[in-house]
Design a protein around this ligand. Structure first.
Ligand code: ADP
Length: 169
């Protein structure tokens, strides 16, 4: 390949390798849980290589749902959105990895399942915007806020050094 292409490839690889480590908040919404999509959804994120830092199966109080979606409180669908989120248990997930906030949004797909590409989670598993299976933080700032809200007890240490050790004596 010509040298300028080589330089481009190298600089892309370098910027990817220095991408910042982040943690994002992912939530499998009640429809995803009821439709038995917890395992296939988790599989996509974990198989890609993101590190689990938090995982819990929980019912959501109305006030927690309202706080989580407070930016949307003026929207006409806000009441229905809160009712949807509290309609059954959710799976709250914290995932760590390079650029994971934006990358997870790509895996999740567009908000409206009719616009989300096949191969994305929403594109593969949903057809209704009001039943779109999964949430993922839309910015690093919101990820920080949402992790504090849903994992106020803190995240789990999941150190790569420990993960690579064998348990043989
Ligand atoms: P995202 O979840 O992709 O970040 P938003 O923050 O805009 O999207 O909206 C939050 C959630 O509110 C959506 O995932 C969806 O469940 C719901 N929602 C958004 N727009 C609508 C709508 N027009 N009608 C019903 N529900 C909606």
């Amino acid at each position: 390949i010509d040298p300028s292409t080589f330089d481009q490839v190298l600089s892309t690889a370098r910027s990817a390798s220095t991408a910042t480590m982040e943690t994002t908040y992912i939530m499998i919404k009640p429809d995803g849980v009821q439709r038995n999509l917890v395992a296939p959804i988790l599989e996509r994120f974990l198989a890609k290589g993101y590190i689990l830092r938090g995982l819990k199966f929980m019912n959501v109080s109305k006030s927690l749902a309202e706080t989580h979606y407070s930016d949307l409180s003026a929207k006409p669908f806000f009441g229905a959105l809160v009712d949807y989120i509290i309609s059954g248990p959710v799976v709250a997930i914290a995932l760590e990895g390079k650029d994971v906030v934006a990358q997870a949004r790509k895996l999740i797909g567009a908000t409206n399942p009719l616009a989300s590409a096949p191969g994305t989670i929403r594109g593969d598993y949903s057809i209704e915007i009001g039943r779109n299976v999964i949430h993922g933080s839309d910015s690093v700032e919101n990820a920080t806020k949402e992790l504090a809200l849903w994992f106020s007890e803190g995240l789990v240490d999941n150190n790569p050094v420990l993960r690579s050790q064998t348990f043989a004596d």
